[in-house]
Design a protein around this ligand. Structure first.
Ligand SMILES: *Cc1c(COP(=O)(O)O)cnc(C)c1O
Length: 372
């Protein structure tokens, strides 16, 4: 049996006619860059996130970068984040001229350790970017308390957490701003590149709208140096339809995760993801940990099961960041996880028999390992 790691085609198939009609409406109106379709999606997405306002942008990386720029983070400043994330979180910090400062993760939730956060704050610190890795919100309450005590802004990297909640509040609505990616493989995926920032801060929202459109307040009146980070009308029209199906898709992911949790529990040398009592996880990624990663991946592949690794190299050890002066051993929990993570197949259309096949293969592999 074949079990792909991800199959986006299956997700789009039932929506094909509805999406085709929406794209045709964009063609008819020629509102391709920004415009009414983007505004309509922004209103829906802000409501979905209980976040006041949303600003549609070109992708998730730009969402993070523009938010930092809008907060006037720049050269000489430090922004604290985690090394267990996609490269983009740190790149956004670097691109506005500030320095990424990393803190280790909590080894059960794989998100920012608030204790480590306190120790990393310096007089140069301007902002904190907790990452809701794999779809599980970071422990936001202590992070917000620390941030407020030091007068720091908080940007949630919610690129993997559309629809997740923390103590009942939607991911993205807790900090000063929440940044989302609609890259096709995310829980809410566009037909290309797109992203958004949600915020309850009207002044920040206004600055973001100006920055994403060349710093223009009105056509050809530029009050800031901005950039072109507009969202496409077609992406907005597609996302507006897919947003209506997001809760059902996330519920499917949670049901699949519950089966993995239950059926993989107690296997020798395997750790399943912990559920934070405060959070509703949306399982963008279902990552297990095992010290015998290479053998397990090989055995799954031999049995037709696709896997991924998110991420094999923590950001502080990436070659591109060698200039920051970090080294192996600086963030032992993030490093250990990076060596042990395996992402199992996870998407809403995964069938019951496919999940059984993944579980059965893992059982045979890990139990054979113990017998050998
Ligand atoms: C996908 C992702 C991003 C970047 O989003 P893009 O839309 O690909 O630019 C940023 N942070 C995290 C945690 C992500 O998973």
């Amino acid at each position: 049996m074949k079990v792909p790691f991800l199959d986006i085609k299956l997700q789009n198939e039932p929506l094909r006619d509805e999406i085709r009609a929406a794209i045709e409406a964009v063609i008819d109106s020629a509102a391709f860059a920004g415009g009414p379709f983007v505004e309509s999606f922004e209103a829906d997405f802000a409501d979905y996130c209980c976040a006041g306002r949303a600003v549609g942008v070109s992708n998730g990386t730009d969402a993070l970068w523009l938010t930092l720029l809008a907060m006037e983070v720049g050269p000489g400043d430090e922004v604290i984040t985690v090394p267990s994330t996609f490269m983009a979180t740190a790149e956004a910090i670097t691109y506005c001229g500030a320095r990424p400062v990393f803190v280790d993760i909590d080894e059960s939730t794989y998100t920012m350790d608030p204790g480590a956060l306190s120790e990393a704050i310096t007089p140069r610190t301007k902002a904190i970017i907790p990452v809701h890795l794999f779809g599980q919100p970071a422990d936001m309450d202590p992070i917000m308390v620390i941030a407020r005590r030091h007068g720091l802004r908080v940007i949630e990297d919610a690129a993997q957490a559309h629809g997740a909640t923390y103590k009942g509040l939607p991911a993205g609505s807790i900090g000063d701003a929440g940044c989302f990616s609609f890259y096709p493989g995310k829980n809410l995926g566009a037909f290309g590149e797109a992203g958004a920032v949600v915020t309850g801060d009207d002044e920040l929202c206004d600055r973001l709208r100006i920055l994403r459109d060349h710093g223009q307040v009105h056509k050809y009146h530029h009050t800031m140096i901005g950039w072109n980070c507009r969202m496409d009308g077609i992406q907005a029209a597609v996302l507006e339809i897919k947003l209506r199906h997001l809760n059902a898709a996330n519920a499917r992911r949670r049901a699949i995760a519950a089966r993995y949790d239950r059926e993989l529990a107690g296997l020798p040398g395997l750790v399943t993801p912990a559920r934070s009592p405060h959070a509703q996880h949306v399982y963008h990624v279902y990552a297990i940990r095992t010290p015998d990663r290479d053998d397990v991946i090989r055995s799954l592949a031999q049995n037709g099961v696709g896997t991924g690794i998110h991420y094999p190299i923590p950001v502080h050890l990436q070659g591109a960041y060698s200039g920051l002066g970090y080294g192996r051993g600086d963030f032992p929990r993030a490093e250990r996880c990076a060596e042990e993570f395996i992402s199992l197949p996870m998407f809403p259309e995964l069938t019951g028999p496919q999940v059984s096949h993944v579980v059965q293969t893992l059982k045979e592999t890990l139990c054979a390992g113990v017998m050998a």
